[in-house]
Ligand binder design. Sequence first.
Ligand code: NAD
Length: 462
Amino acid sequence: MGNQPTITILGTGYVGLTTAALTAAAGMKTYLIDPNPTRLESVRAGKSFFYEAGLDSLVADGVANGRIIPTPVYAEAVLQSDIVISAVGTPDNPDGSSNLNYVFAAASEAAQYLKPDAVYVQKSTVPVGTGNKIRQLFMNAGQNRAYVSNPEFLREGTALADSLWFDRIVVGGTDANALAKVMQLYKDIESNRTAIAGLAGLSAPANYQSGAYISVALESAELIKVTANAFLALKISFANSIALLADQTGADILEVMDGVGADKRIGRAFLNAGRGYGGGCFPKDVSGLIAAGLEHDVSLEIMEAAQAVNEGMPGYIIEKLQDALGGSLEHTEVAVLGLAFKAGTSDIRRSPGMHIANLLTQAGSAVRVFDPKAGQEAAGQLDERVAIAESIEQAIHDAGAIVVATDWPEFVEYTPQAYAAQLQGGIFVDAMNVFNAQAFSAAGIHYIGIGRSGNSKEHAVL
Ligand code: NAD
């Protein structure tokens, strides 16, 4: 481990902290920079500021053995570092384009301290063409430094597992030596995988096959990241479009997509209808891609359509509930289970569950919400009339309707009988399409799925 590079990571967010935990666990001295004192304080105390399986153990270990060094000071960290990784946020502007203020600010500040042979790595999701602008920025600062695009593919909720048992590592750039150094960083993590996984309490996914190392042009690497997310978003919106047709025709979307996905050319993944995608990535990556297209006179109408379908799903689900209630949501007690944008995380950015809870409140329902991890983060962003419950039971007791908006295991494993005992004959909206419709009907509950109006045969088991 003696020859390992010293790393600086710019941005202690979901991506930055996860990356730091891994480089440190693989033996690399890792500086972690952020202007946000609360996030640094949390790391200093050996804890992640968000929930992610296994992360606290790695952060605690890295801080205790001195390999993770949180600091707000660029000079202290960058001057010492062989590899500087930018993982700052890239939110969207009001017009949907990517806000690159943090990306350029981080690059400008780092440029003052980069060692001559340092490699600057871009892990933030940026529009194609950004890398060349940063190379120019370095040159203007009199610092001609190696630049590598290295997009991040981890998913919140399974961030460490995704990084340890990756599908692919993508690097893009022109400097072969710099590309090799970045590849080596990941090979070091990979060769320490068993020990790191043990410390984090994680185990390998079934049937894992080695991931690929892919080295491409800078612009290609930048475009791979957003294209991958855009395609996944497209699959979800496609499934939702077909689900609307299934609702009108008696087909069951699960049966449809099982049949469609059995075609190996298509595959089953991400063809799941429901309340649509959310989170800190898909919505902004889709709008960022559309904006990048417009900048180059390329119309990505296909993505505009995906976006429109997605934005319509929470309203569509609420309409279904309203119809089932006889036309009005007013004065109905509705429990919304799930505020995190997906299971396994406390992240509520652009969360459909949050949106559904707020929309229902605005429509006059009395809304109670519960999420096993996201309740605290959600508090400030929910309509103030929404009540935050401390348990499933507290949320659903005597409710007229339940909407499950995140597929947390505790919701999925809660039995129809247990729901029925609290609901007393009410309506159950399965906005994730993960429950067994027949089992709910058998328990005396009016089940509503998305695109599941049909007489499902395959799923009629329990
Ligand atoms: P985040 O908002 O959680 O974290 C970004 C951090 O950067 C914040 O803590 C912020 O204070 C810090 N920051 C801002 N300006 C800075 C500066 N000049 N120097 C140092 N730190 C600075 O964001 P995130 O979710 O970790 O995402 C980071 C990037 O990775 C984004 O481009 C995102 O699109 C991409 N990405 C995210 C995920 C994910 O699942 N969250 C997955 C793949 C890619």
